[in-house]
Design a protein around this ligand. Structure first.
Ligand SMILES: Cc1cc2nc3c(=O)[nH]c(=O)nc-3n(C[C@H](O)[C@H](O)[C@H](O)COP(=O)(O)O)c2cc1C
Length: 171
């Protein structure tokens, strides 16, 4: 039974989670920008994506590869500033082709924002956005950054992968 991790991120946190999952399971990892990233070669897929401006950054890739994603077991992990919440679920649902989310298990993971890694105009945009953010904690995080990276939070994903592998080994 073979599976692989396909991820999309910009500043390293989604890649870090993908690497931790790969270390724990032995699954290969592909950045979706990699031209060798072909999901049709694998029987099950772990998709990882950051959230930028209320959307999964993997969204265009899922649309372009929809025929290769259908019919395969899938786990999606999102990486965001927002924690697990109804608004995060809405952003994820709005990012994916209709029907795809219902074929996936979604695990929300909490990421990292290091202002020294983003460009000066992104910092300005984040600061302006913070002026309209009604939540004082997330307003502070937009302005100053945050680090919620947590290796232990991949545990549910590892269990799902083991479950897929054991189910498929017996069929
Ligand atoms: C320009 C920008 C926009 C972002 N927009 C959101 C957002 O809409 N919702 C959210 O929860 N987090 C948002 N974040 C936080 C990212 O999801 C978080 O930093 C994540 O860890 C980035 O993943 P990456 O390091 O793999 O790129 C944003 C971060 C940046 C830099």
């Amino acid at each position: 039974m073979n599976g692989a991790i396909f991820y999309s991120g910009q500043y390293g946190s989604t890649e870090q989670y993908a690497k931790w999952i790969s270390e724990a399971t032995g699954l290969p990892i592909f950045n979706i920008k990699d031209t060798n990233a072909d999901p049709s070669k694998y029987e099950f897929l772990i998709l990882g994506s950051s959230i930028i401006y209320f959307r999964l950054t993997i969204n265009k890739w899922t649309k372009a590869n929809l025929d290769k994603l259908e019919g395969r077991s899938k786990v999606l992990f999102s990486v965001s500033g927002a924690g697990a919440s109804a608004k995060l679920n809405r952003w994820v649902a709005a990012s994916l082709p209709s029907g795809l989310l219902s074929q996936m298990e979604h695990v929300p993971l909490h990421g990292k924002l290091d202002h020294s890694k983003v460009s000066w105009w992104i910092r300005i945009i984040l600061w302006i956005g913070s002026l309209f953010n009604p939540d004082p904690q997330s307003r502070k995080e937009e302005r100053g950054g945050f680090d919620y990276m947590d290796k232990a939070s991949i545990e549910p994903i590892i269990k799902m992968i083991q479950q897929i592998e054991s189910t498929q080994a017996t069929t």
